[in-house]
Design a protein around this ligand. Structure first.
Ligand SMILES: C[S@@+](CC[C@H](N)C(=O)[O-])C[C@H]1O[C@@H](n2cnc3c(N)ncnc32)[C@H](O)[C@@H]1O
Length: 237
C-alpha cells in the first residue's frame, strides 16, 4: 500500500497522481474573456464622464518606486507624475494585460508589466514607496490576502493610494447590493462585487486612512449607481 503524507493529500488526488488539487494558498486565476473586452470598451467613456480627473487626483504627488496592482488597460499610466521612478504594473487577466503592455510601450515612462494576482505579489518585502489600487478591491478573490500582500511589499511609511467603489452607506441600497452579489452579480461582471466595504477592509488590514473622498459615479445606461472613494492610507507603525 502506498502511504500518502498529509502534504501529498492536499496537493494530489491519491488515485490520479497527475491531477493536482487547488492549493489553499495558490494565486487565483483571473480569466474574463468577455467582461474584460466590455470593460476595455467602457474605460474611455468613464474617463470622459469624469473618471480621468479622478485618476489624476488618485496619483497626484506620488514619488519613488510605485506598484499598481490590477492595472487593467493601463488607463492610469498617463497620469503618473514625473516624480515616480520605477513603475511596475501587474495584471492577471490575459486580454487586459495585452492592452496594458501596449499602453506601457507607448508610455514615455519605463513601465514594467507583470502577470500577477494581488493575493500573491512576486516582490520582496519593503520594495515600494507606494502601491496603487484602482477599482480592484471589488474584484479580487480575497481582499484580506490581497491587502496583506500590499502591506508586505510597501516600505515602512509607504502609502496606499486607492480608488474603489464601495457598498452604499444607506441601508436599503446596501442591502440590494449585497443581495445582487449573492445572486450572482460577480458572475456577469468579471468578478466585481457591489457590496464590499473596501475602506473597512483597508483599515482591518492595519492601514490608517489619511484622506478619503466619497462621491457617486456611474456609467450610463447599464451601470448601477455606485459610491466611490478616493483615498490615501498608511500602515500603522
Ligand atoms: C474594474 S477593472 C479596473 C482596471 C484598472 N485598475 C482601471 O483602473 O481601469 C478590475 C481589474 O482588477 C483585476 N483583477 C481581478 N482580480 C484580480 C486579482 N485577484 N488580483 C489582481 N487584479 C485582479 C482585473 O483583471 C481588472 O484589471
Amino acid at each position: 500500500m502506498t502511504r500518502l503524507s498529509p502534504a501529498s493529500l492536499t496537493t494530489r488526488l491519491p488515485w490520479r497522481r497527475d491531477c493536482p488539487l487547488p492549493q489553499p494558498d495558490a494565486a487565483p486565476t483571473v480569466r474574463h474573456p468577455l467582461c474584460s473586452r466590455l470593460y476595455a470598451r467602457q474605460v474611455d467613456q468613464a474617463d470622459e464622464l469624469g473618471m480621468r480627473d479622478r485618476r489624476r487626483d488618485l496619483l497626484a504627488g506620488l514619488t519613488g518606486d510605485v506598484l499598481e496592482v490590477g492595472a487593467g488597460t493601463g488607463a492610469n499610466l498617463a497620469h503618473y507624475p514625473a516624480g515616480v521612478g520605477t513603475l511596475v504594473a501587474t495584471e492577471p487577466e490575459p486580454y487586459l494585460r495585452g492592452l496594458l503592455e501596449t499602453a506601457a510601450e507607448a508610455s514615455p515612462k519605463d513601465v514594467r508589466v507583470l502577470d500577477a494576482a494581488a493575493e500573491s505579489l512576486p516582490f520582496a518585502d519593503d520594495t515600494f514607496d507606494a502601491v496603487v489600487l484602482c477599482l480592484v478591491l471589488c474584484s479580487v478573490q480575497d481582499q484580506g490576502r490581497a491587502l496583506a500582500e500590499v502591506a508586505r511589499v510597501l516600505r515602512p511609511g509607504g502609502e496606499l493610494r486607492f480608488l474603489e467603489h464601495v457598498v452604499s452607506n444607506r441601508p436599503f441600497p446596501a442591502r440590494v447590493q449585497r443581495t445582487a452579489d449573492r445572486a450572482g452579480w460577480p458572475l456577469i461582471s468579471g468578478g466585481c462585487h457591489l457590496g464590499r466595504d473596501s475602506v473597512a477592509a483597508i483599515t482591518t488590514a492595519g492601514f490608517t486612512i489619511e484622506r478619503a473622498e466619497r462621491y457617486d459615479f456611474r456609467i450610463p445606461p447599464l451601470d448601477p449607481p455606485k459610491t466611490h472613494v478616493t483615498g490615501v492610507a498608511r500602515l500603522e507603525g
